[in-house]
Design a protein around this ligand. Structure first.
Ligand code: VGL
Ligand code: ZN
Length: 206
């Protein structure tokens, strides 16, 4: 059984949003096109309280994209984004949501960031996504969404660690930083992640 996990296809990650990913809107028709190929479709939403620690606005003297040390790790500071219940946190209005069996929300702890759809950045708190997918009999998981070099990448890493077969649907994803993504792509391939574009998916049967 296979599943598609749609990551953070939210207004604030669109070029018109507060943390816009270049060309982000162009993934929406691709994601809508591929959904029928999957046994199960779920989505994640970045879902921050308005005083979230990852917001530069919380740190006097800091600007978006500055780095700080937080609990012994590096934390990138972001523009305010995906605040719970705001328009920016809603899915792109053209995203097909009728097939979504569940929505997993992350980044809700004001003190901890959460890029992966499975665990927070300290790897302490689970969203329940791994258990949910296993309970549904899913072994083959495909990923798409925004941004391919941040939340999609960290989600895929955790999927591999959890023992799922992981595939990135590359044209249904876009990176914030294209150069970083090229490096991470090699790393993902090294971990056994498959990277396909949507037109090849029909030929992949596992
Ligand atoms: C994301 C930065 C901060 C993402 C979320 O969805 O890739 N990036 N929060
Ligand atoms: Zn965030």
């Amino acid at each position: 059984m296979n599943a598609l996990v749609i990551i953070d296809v939210q207004n604030d990650f669109m070029p018109y949003g507060s943390l816009g990913v270049p060309d982000g809107q162009s993934i929406v028709p691709v994601i809508n096109k591929i959904q029928p190929y999957y046994d199960l479709v779920v989505a994640t939403q970045d879902w921050h309280p308005q005083d979230h620690i990852s917001f530069a606005s919380k740190h006097p003297g800091k600007k978006p994209f500055d780095n700080i040390e937080l609990a012994g790790s590096n934390q990138v500071l972001w523009p305010d984004h995906c605040v719970q219940g705001t328009e920016g946190a809603m899915f792109h209005p053209d995203l097909e949501t009728r097939k979504l069996a569940a929505i997993f929300r992350k980044g809700m702890d004001p003190q901890v960031d959460s890029y992966s759809g499975f665990y927070d950045n300290r790897h302490l708190i689970s969203t329940g996504l791994a258990g949910y997918l296993r309970d549904k009999g899913i072994s083959d998981v495909h990923f798409c969404g925004l941004a391919s070099d941040i939340c999609v990448y960290f989600t895929i890493r955790d999927a591999v660690m959890e023992g799922f077969s992981a595939t990135l649907v590359e044209d249904a994803s876009r990176p914030l930083n294209a150069e970083t993504f090229e490096i991470l792509k090699k790393e993902m391939k090294g971990m056994g992640v498959k990277i396909y574009t949507s037109e090849y998916l029909n030929f992949v049967s596992e």
